[in-house]
Design a binder for this molecule. Structure first.
Ligand code: NDP
Length: 485
């Protein structure tokens, strides 16, 4: 099968596509049909070496350019990405199975937003002047060096861009490893950056599984590691980075709460619950999968939710009318089906869905459980699929304690018409990203990231600059220097 903008080889290194067929083959599987639509090869040690050497060699000259020059290249890449949005969205849909209805408005577009935002910011990065009497100190904001980005499979274009754009704006170079489940889109990000004028070696992509990621993280040429992935992988990558005292950004998993108070606009709360559980077939890290609904409105909420879920258009994700696509892989579908079985075994009430669809590809119905209790597996573990757990509550203090009773702290949401309560609840949430009467917005202007075990550092916004640069202090003596002897 051919599809638009098909990458021409497995890796992108030093400004060109590179192949090494000695690397283990990785099939590219279209989630909507289960068909193999391509193949890439895992990076061999030779390829890893080439990519890291290219990034290392390119870094000094890239950092020596002015911020305006670097930023112009990033903004040009943003323009190209927007011009090619249709083809890139089709490719993203082949890579992930997410409906074109989503990919055409979220993936390349949010990648372009990051390139534009950090492109604009590159020229504004400065140090400061600190006067000390007649002496003074100035700070230089310097890049970290070579950054490794490692991505999950749910947003391959976005993750490659969210990591690449701030890294490059600050004068770093990058070697990015996409998930082996979705290897295609990051190659296009590299190709576009190169076309926009990024010098060879500034942004490189290599394929592979966890072993390739691990080899990159532990390499002495690498100064910073930014991972988007699960908490267990985060622990391993953080530990490996710590051995070399490397900078890290960890964007990890969640089991986020969404609280719907009895004064909430039920229609909006249902919209929030749909956006926070079923977008991308539930494969979103910040999803509000523990939906605490006040007892007095629970049945109204559930019946409206079921009515609206029945209008989901499930089918061919390339059809613009389709609003709900397959899971990314057979493996992920199996994991989610096991959780659905556990929910039923542990006594939750299945209100909607729960089954695999009788068609090719990895399709599961959107699934809702009610009468879920805090101790059930589906209320404690990240499922990463279209499974919503609805829990009852009556009292604000009680629900806050329950909402925060988790190792995760990625996101949290509240639906209420009571302004004071909305802000009180947001302040009490133990989470990096909170929503009031909305859910899962992630504009590039706002910091995004987790607290507790959901992560370290922040992506997007001015905050990301702190994670891709470091300050050097330069002390300047204007007069004679005294010494004790
Ligand atoms: P994984 O943690 O399984 O993998 C993430 C990436 O790390 C993949 O590229 C993987 O390679 C790689 N990897 C695995 N082991 C190692 C290792 N020892 N050293 C270096 N790299 C390694 O996550 P998934 O891809 O399954 O994605 C789902 C997870 O990502 C969920 O937990 C989700 O919450 C989280 N996520 C977090 C987001 C956030 O911003 N906070 C956003 C999106 C997802 P490979 O898979 O190819 O073997």
């Amino acid at each position: 099968m051919t599809y638009p903008t098909q990458p021409t080889a497995s890796h992108f290194i030093n400004g060109r596509y590179v192949e090494d067929r000695d690397g283990a083959p990785i099939d590219v599987i279209y989630p909507a049909t289960g068909e193999v639509i391509g193949q890439v090869h895992s990076a061999t040690p030779v390829i890893i070496d080439q990519a890291l050497d290219a990034a290392r060699s390119a870094q000094a000259a890239w950092a020596a350019m002015t911020g305006t020059e670097r930023g112009r290249i990033l903004r040009r890449a943003a323009d190209i990405m927007r011009e090619r949005n249709h083809d890139l969205s089709v490719l993203e849909t082949y890579d992930t199975g997410k409906p074109y209805q989503e990919t055409s408005v979220v993936d390349a577009t949010s990648g372009a937003d990051a390139l534009e935002y950090f492109g604009g910011m590159a020229a504004t990065l400065t140090g400061e002047h600190i006067q000390l009497g007649e002496d003074w100190v100035y700070t230089r904001r310097e890049p970290l060096g070579v950054c490794v980005g490692i991505g999950a499979w749910n947003y391959p274009t976005q993750i490659a861009s969210w990591k690449g754009a701030p890294a490059l704006a600050c004068g770093n170079t990058m070697v990015f490893k996409p998930s082996e489940t979705t290897p295609l889109c990051a190659l296009k990000v590299a190709e576009i950056l190169h076309e926009a004028g990024a010098p060879a070696g500034v942004y490189n992509v290599v394929q592979g599984l966890g072993d390739v990621g691990a080899a990159l993280v532990s390499d002495g040429r690498v100064d910073k590691v930014s991972l988007t992935g699960s908490v267990p992988t985060g622990r391993k990558v953080y530990a490996a980075a710590a051995a070399g005292i490397k900078h890290v950004t960890m964007e990890l998993g969640g089991k986020s709460p969404m609280i719907v108070f009895d004064d909430a606009d039920v229609e909006n709360a249902v919209s929030g619950a749909i956006l926070g559980n079923f977008y991308s077939s539930g494969q979103v890290c910040s999803n509000g999968t523990r939906v605490f609904v006040h007892k007095t409105i629970k049945e109204a909420f559930l019946s409206r939710l079921s009515e609206r879920l029945a209008t989901a258009v499930i089918g061919d994700p390339q059809d613009p009318d389709t609003s709900f696509g397959p899971m990314v892989s057979e493996r992920q579908m199996g994991i989610v089906m096991d959780y659905i079985a556990k929910g039923q075994d542990e006594g939750a009430r299945l209100v909607y869905g729960g089954k695999r669809l009788d068609k090719n590809g990895f399709y599961l119905e959107p699934t809702v459980f009610a009468d879920v209790t805090d101790d059930m597996t589906i209320a404690r573990e990240e499922i990463f699929g279209p499974v919503m757990a609805v829990l009852d509550f009556e009292d604000e203090d009680d629900v806050m304690a329950r909402a925060n009773d988790t190792e995760f702290g990625l996101a949290a949401g509240v639906f209420t018409r009571d302004l004071a309560r909305a802000h009180r609840v947001a302040a009490r949430f133990e989470a990096g990203t909170c929503y009031i009467n909305t859910y899962n917005d992630a504009p590039v202007e706002a910091p995004f990231g987790g607290s507790k075990q959901s992560g370290v550092g922040r992506e997007n916004s001015k905050a990301a600059i702190e994670h891709y640069s470091q300050l050097k202090s330069v002390y300047v003596r204007m007069g004679d220097l005294e010494a004790p002897f």
